[in-house]
Design a protein around this ligand. Sequence first.
Ligand SMILES: [Zn+2]
Ligand SMILES: [Zn+2]
Length: 217
Amino acid sequence: MNTEHICEQIQKILFKLPFHYEPEEVPFRNGLYFFYEEGESSKHSPQGRVVRIGNHPRSQNRLIGRLQDHYYGGKNGSVFRRLLGGALIRKDNPKDACLKHWEEQNSPICRKCKPIEAEVNRILENKFRFKCINIENKEFRNLMEKNIIATISLCSLCNKPTKKWLGNYACSENVRASGLWNSDYVNNKDYIIAKTDLLKLKRLTIFTINRFYLKKR
Ligand SMILES: [Zn+2]
Ligand SMILES: [Zn+2]
């Protein structure tokens, strides 16, 4: 199977899952999340291109908490927020002095870039939606995060963002080159998902749908 074919299988698996718009809607506490962004599309994914894959790699039961870090936390608690806010600032002015402290983890924000936090909240709320797969096993979850990021970033149909994609203004070259709001694991051929793991992922997704999303009669 070539990368495009593997990616198509992943996108088919994701297709069946419902969208969420707020972290609190997620009905389980361990899993992967997949963000979709308004205006971005791919032939592999008629519902919109996957633009970020994430996880709660270090601790159990933190899926909703991690999503809340992205949606309502500060830029120092979320690399996704640092990327989004940095892109917003750079799009407006590539020489903005705030870029340095905004994009550096643990640097405090200043009075001038404080409103960017609210703007990041607003675009996450209005331009993004996400899906989740329940994966309880931490090791497998971390492996799948890595494998899915690498596979989608290497798919020639999915790594083509539109010209107006906000990520084109991100500081990370990996983001700009992959079309994903991910800077780790992108474009690494060694991490392409293995066939047996793809099957496992499919089974876990069917399990997720049956257990959490199908209305019980
Ligand atoms: Zn500032
Ligand atoms: Zn693809």
